[in-house]
Design a protein around this ligand. Structure first.
Ligand SMILES: Nc1ncnc2c1ncn2[C@@H]1O[C@H](COP(=O)(O)OP(=O)(O)OP(=O)(O)O)[C@@H](O)[C@H]1O
Ligand SMILES: [Mg+2]
Length: 202
């Protein structure tokens, strides 16, 4: 069977990843494609328990511990969900993946970027996205979209999110073939059309 595709959606909280990934999934299904819409952290099973800790645990969580919990979730997700679906020929759309750990725990929390990259490599075991879309927007706007009820990660503050945003822009500079930046301050429909333009090139 022909290998499927692996496309990841990235960007700071509230930039519009989940909105756009759902629109792309609907579009691809309407074209008769077989897709898997999934997310990190916490796609299903064990991952859901890890997500609960990562987003809602209200005690101290060290940056290293936080990284390992995200990576544990990723390893399980890649081995048990993403790779099998790609091998079945599906187009896998994933809401956050390796670049989130580089941007948040690396650029955001200050863990050495190269260390995060090595740990990511161990977690994904040879898998690389065919395409990564980063939705870029100023942090004040994206956080205002998230609203008042913020989870543990969303409560980290504007300076943290500016570092995350700059981290994403740096990733895009380093890997221009895999990673494309989309201006996320446009309308939902215009952004969707931009996503389709990039997908059709694949
Ligand atoms: N282009 C847009 N213009 C205005 N509002 C938007 C746009 N895209 C998404 N929104 C709204 O902003 C909010 C956040 O969007 P969404 O949940 O898609 O972001 P996200 O990147 O998935 O956030 P998170 O990282 O917190 O999961 C939602 O209420 C959504 O309807
Ligand atoms: Mg989301």
């Amino acid at each position: 069977m022909q290998r499927g595709l692996f496309i990841t959606f990235e960007g700071a909280d509230g930039c519009g990843k989940t909105t756009q990934i759902k629109l792309l999934d609907e579009y691809l299904r309407s074209c008769g494609k077989s897709t898997l819409l999934t997310r990190e952290p916490g796609a299903k099973g064990l991952g859901v328990k890890l997500r609960e800790i990562l987003l809602n645990y209200d005690g101290e969580v060290s940056p290293n511990c936080e990284s390992f919990l995200f990576l544990a979730d990723r390893a399980q997700h890649v081995d048990c969900i993403i790779k099998p679906a790609i091998n079945e020929g599906k187009i896998v759309l994933c809401d956050r993946h390796t670049d989130s750990t580089v941007a948040y725990q690396g650029y955001g929390r200050g863990i050495d970027i190269n260390r995060i990259k090595i740990l990511n490599e161990i977690a994904v075991n040879g898998l690389t996205p065919d395409l990564t879309l980063i939705f870029d927007i100023d942090i004040e706007t994206s956080l205002s979209r998230v609203g008042q009820e913020k989870d543990r990660m969303e409560s980290a503050g504007v300076d943290f999110f500016n570092r995350v945003r700059n981290g994403y822009l740096e990733i895009a500079k380093q890997e221009p073939d895999r990673v494309k930046i989309i201006n996320a301050s446009d309308t939902i429909e215009n952004i969707h059309n931009k996503v389709l333009e990039l997908i059709k090139k694949l």
